[in-house]
Write a new protein. Structure first.
Length: 327
């Protein structure tokens, strides 16, 4: 295993060492992720690269395989590591992890609860954000996934992180034993996060952030409506991020043919103080939003379909864009 970083960021400096993961990039931009080992060789269709030619040398060098092909040698950045590391569950992609860290306002020293840990991709971003003075408790139901996550975190950091605790078990059951109002942030990446809204609300501090990452619009709707029905959270915000690269060569400047499109939705909401309830929403829902076919959670005033004339007659109803339905 590579030597640990003193700040537990996973960033290493100096010459490459055995046990470190490095990325070899060929002239066509194809990347190969390998773990350095003394006496080992990396075999490609373009020839063999001797690991001993890399160990003890600085990164940023260009080496040649026995077939004469050049490879650029660099340590992987965090985002690159999480997309090439061994997986158990699917990973949270770097674009979404960045949005989670910013949208949930993960700060140095924060007390954070995460579920589920999966393969540890999001865990690494959270650990880097909270630093060694924070506290991250990650829950994962499956033992095999938990083992993968623990191994990936340890391999990236080079050591056990002092602020991290990984628990194999059910989040709701475990949170029942936690003291109320002791957590700054709750970050969920699971199939049914709406089942955890009540438990998360109990442990969050007033003003704390509930953040949820889901893959489908059905999950998105269920989480948002559950937060509204709970009444102890602010109006949820739902977003997604899409990344499109650009090619710039002389006068040929255009979007790349491939892009990272939809991977998931991010939902954030903040915890209200004990005994407080969210203000009644003044924005009129779209016609049919809570019609006869809707069978999800219902907040106050959502007991059935609303006639357009009835909705428009309520003074002060807010339309999209901030204009008032009352004129």
């Amino acid at each position: 295993m590579a030597e640990p970083t003193q700040d537990y960021s996973g960033v290493r400096r100096g010459d490459l060492r055995a046990g470190e993961r490095v990325t070899l990039t060929d002239p066509k931009g194809r990347r190969h992720s390998i773990v350095l080992a003394e006496g080992a060789k990396f075999h490609t269709a373009k020839g063999v690269v001797d690991h001993d030619e890399l160990i003890g040398r600085p990164e940023g060098r260009v080496v040649r395989s026995l077939g004469g092909t050049q490879f650029l040698v660099l340590r992987p950045l965090l985002g690159e590591f999480t997309t090439t590391m061994p997986r158990g569950a699917a990973v949270v992609y770097p674009k979404d992890a960045a949005q989670i860290v910013t949208g949930a306002d993960i700060f140095p020293g924060a007390r954070v609860i995460e579920a589920g840990a999966g393969s540890g991709a999001l865990t690494l971003s959270l650990l880097r954000a909270i630093g060694p003075t924070g506290r991250l408790i990650s829950y994962e139901r499956r033992q095999d996934f938990a083992e993968v996550a623990a191994r990936n975190v340890r391999n990236f950091l080079g050591a056990e992180h002092p602020a991290w605790t990984l628990i194999t078990g059910d989040l709701v059951e475990r949170l029942a034993a936690e003291d109320p109002g002791q957590v700054d942030r709750v970050v969920l990446d699971m199939l049914a996060p709406w089942d955890c809204v009540e438990a998360a609300g109990r442990v969050l501090v007033p003003g704390g952030v509930f953040c949820c990452y889901v893959a489908t619009v059905t999950q998105l709707g269920r989480v948002v409506e559950t937060l509204r029905v709970h009444g102890g959270y602010t109006e949820p915000e739902a977003t997604e991020s899409i990344i499109r690269g650009w090619q710039a060569e002389g006068l040929a400047i255009r979007p790349q043919h491939t892009m990272v499109g939809h991977t998931g939705f991010l939902i954030t909401s903040r915890r209200l103080a004990p005994g407080e309830t969210a203000p009644v929403r003044k924005r009129r829902p779209a016609p049919g939003a809570y019609g006869a076919d809707y069978d999800g959670p219902r907040a106050a005033g959502q007991n059935g379909p609303t006639a357009p004339d009835d909705a428009a007659s309520q003074d002060g109803d807010q339309l999209p864009g901030g204009s008032s339905a009352a004129g």
